[in-house]
Design a binder for this molecule. Structure first.
Ligand code: UDX
Length: 437
């Protein structure tokens, strides 16, 4: 390696986090060796075809840096080439709610002692995991470097981090310094700490964001009772520096692969030590109820939902992703079908996933066909294209122009002028203009 050459980096697991990590480090000039046990995935990545996930900017990033990226199914290729190994395998929840660490365990089992490698844990693991690994494998340098990427803006988030958390315990300081060096060009505050604290920063951050959302959702529910508008309330609250304006958008609750998993993991982790994390139990319950409240709103207008046709606009857990893990749409579709309704849905990119996950839902290829003859529509995901819809025409298509805006995304006045009965979340109820029309 000459003086200008950047050290090689190993990435273990090329799921969403692994691919973003590999692409971004290659962009920074590192040769990157990425391994995955899934042969088909590796073959596809080598062949340069379509990526297995939808993430803005990622295909271009991978293509641009192809010369520095090697994809393999052989961990030995990575171990020979790189010392710093970023572990990006997934840690899904088990039936007990604890994180399933089996993939992390197989990575550790594959690492030799005395090879000079450092394992950099990006996968979300319960606090205490790193210490347990070090106890078993004292010869292995270990760094906790949790990821805070948001789906839909992961590449941007990686390249422009607010903060980079680097946890290393005595004996792994040099590995911690090496991680700090590779992140240094990206800027952002580097938080150097111990492993357990780094692990907790990740879990606590996600649990706090989930708490913020459940909090504003409860405020929204109270706003409905007292005739206040939660958007106004959140706007006024957010101007207080100590509160801040972000993550105060009321709606039908949070979803995605991280919030549910991490809040439950943190609750379980506390529970395993004998501590009852009461607040988190409520945060999770509020989120579950929030999705179901929409069904109540529909019933207020329509009475029984049996035989009614309901359109879901958007299925992904948020815009700019095709990810439907823990999406509100899954619960809503099941609840509506449970009430005897016929559900039709449209999503601009999650269509393929939706067909697998919602086999009994008719997936439409346009908002218009989802809305045709519907007794009500629920806006589930705030895709920008819904703001551009011709709502007058949509109202005419529907059997009954009733819209529940699950993300407070649309302008109530505009929808009402278009002939809709509009219901948001925590917004003052319809003045009745549409009902009279
Ligand atoms: C989250 C964390 O933000 C990220 O740091 C972590 O690494 C992974 O988990 P992500 O799952 O991509 O990222 O989604 P995020 O943008 O945080 O949104 C999560 C959910 O909360 C979405 O369903 C979104 O619709 C909902 N949300 C967000 C609200 O309901 N209201 C808000 O104000 C913000």
């Amino acid at each position: 390696m000459n003086a200008n050459e950047k050290p090689a980096i190993g990435v273990i697991g090329v799921g969403w986090v692994g691919l973003v990590t590999a692409g971004c480090f290659a962009q920074l000039g590192h040769p990157v060796f990425a391994v995955d046990v899934d042969e088909r995935k590796v073959d596809a990545l080598r062949a340069g075809g379509e990526l297995p996930i939808h993430e803005p900017g990622l295909p271009e990033l991978i293509e641009r840096n192809r010369g520095r990226l090697r994809f393999t199914t052989e961990i030995d290729d990575v171990l020979d080439a790189a010392r710093l190994l970023f572990c990006c395998v997934d840690t899904p929840p088990t039936y007990s709610g604890d994180a399933d660490l089996s993939r992390v365990e197989s990575v550790i089992a594959a690492l030799p002692d005395g090879g000079g490698h450092a394992l950099v844990m990006k996968s979300t693991v319960p606090a205490g995991t790193g210490t347990a690994i070090r106890r078993r494998r004292p010869g292995l340098a270990y760094v906790s470097c949790p990821e805070f990427l948001k789906e839909g803006s992961a590449v941007e988030d990686f390249l422009h981090p607010d903060r980079v958390v680097i946890g290393a315990d005595p004996g792994s300081e040099a590995a911690g310094d090496a991680v700090a060096d590779v992140y240094e060009p990206l800027g952002g505050t580097q938080v150097r700490t111990d492993v357990a604290s780094a692990e907790m920063i990740k879990l606590a951050s996600n649990a706090f964001l989930a708490t913020k959302i459940s909090f504003i959702n409860e405020i929204a529910n109270v706003c409905e009772e007292v005739g206040a508008d939660v958007s106004e309330v959140a706007g006024g609250m957010g101007l207080d520096d100590r509160i801040g304006p972000k993550f105060l958008r009321a709606g039908i609750g949070w979803g995605g692969s991280c919030f549910g998993k991490d809040t439950i993991a943190l609750k379980k982790l506390a529970g395993n030590t004998g501590y009852h994390f009461q607040l988190l139990s409520a945060v999770i319950d509020v989120n579950e109820l929030q999705k179901r409240r929409v069904v109540g709103k529909l019933k207020q207008h329509l009475g029984s939902l049996a035989g009614r046709r309901i359109a879901l606009l958007g299925l992904a857990f948020k815009p700019d992703t095709d990810d439907m893990r823990d999406a509100a749409s899954l619960v809503l579709a099941a609840r509506l079908q449970g009430e005897g309704a016929e559900v039709r849905a449209y999503d601009p990119i999650a269509e393929q996933r939706a067909r697998e996950l919602l086999p009994d839902v008719e997936i439409s290829d346009s908002p218009a066909s989802a809305l045709e003859g519907a007794d009500a529509a629920i806006l589930v995901t705030e895709w920008p294209e819904f703001a551009e819809l011709d709502w007058e025409e949509s109202a005419r298509r529907m059997a009954n122009p009733l819209l529940v805006d699950g993300r407070n995304f649309l302008d109530p006045a505009r929808l009402r002028a278009a002939g809709f009965t509009y219901e948001g979340i925590g917004r003052p109820a319809d003045g009745g203009a549409a009902a009279e029309a």
